[in-house]
Design a binder for this molecule. Structure first.
Ligand code: SF4
Ligand code: SF4
Length: 184
């Protein structure tokens, strides 16, 4: 979520995994973020009332452009300004070369794309939902109706892809106790 013309900015522009619904289901607003302003800017912010009201908007983010830039870069909320994935931190620290980081981001994106293709073949075309939500929903559906062997075979392939994606996400992207899309 950190963009710019720096080498690590190049990495984010080639990646976008923390905005496109692969790593996260949504973005939670924090103190100082204006739900009203972000809504006016086109983000579908929903506020959940309770002891401590929580406002969030879903991913894939409505502000993510096709070229992986953020349409609301100057106005993006705090979580977007401050989140740095493990790969980003390692690249900044010089622990991994930019070329290797770019390869890893590309490999992870391809796995996400493969998972989305498999979901479409299973009849799920809801590209506006996060990958994790779509996977868990498909899991529930097929547990409720396991009558189609072809679908079960496709789902086995999908599960394998999601498993590989989870491993990569936990090893190379998530930093600590984030609320992730690819949780168990
Ligand atoms: S997941 Fe990391 S490298 Fe990718 S866009 Fe987000 S901060 Fe940048
Ligand atoms: S507002 Fe921008 S930085 Fe934040 S999730 Fe959306 S596209 Fe990413």
């Amino acid at each position: 979520m950190l963009r710019g013309l720096t080498p690590t900015g190049q990495l984010c522009l080639a990646c976008g995994l923390c905005c496109d619904g692969t790593l996260f289901d949504g973005v939670q607003l924090e103190r100082g973020d204006s739900a009203r302003k972000l809504t006016a800017l086109g983000l579908p912010v929903v506020t959940y009332r309770g002891h401590a009201p929580v406002s969030r908007f879903p991913q894939p983010c409505a502000a993510l452009c096709a070229d992986r830039t953020c349409r609301l870069y100057a106005d993006r909320p705090k979580q977007c300004r401050t989140f740095e994935c493990k790969l980003f931190k390692q690249t900044v620290a010089g622990e991994i070369e930019l070329a290797a980081a770019l390869r890893l981001a590309t490999k992870t994106r391809r796995l996400g794309d493969k998972a989305r293709r498999l979901l479409r073949r299973l009849g799920d075309h809801e590209d506006e939902m996060s990958l994790g939500e779509r996977f868990h929903r498909m899991d529930d559906r097929l547990r409720a109706d396991p009558s189609d062997p072809a679908k079960l075979a496709l789902f086995a392939d999908l599960s394998l892809v999601i498993h590989r994606l989870k491993l990569l996400a936990h090893e190379r992207f998530y930093t600590r106790a984030e609320k992730t899309s690819l949780a168990e």
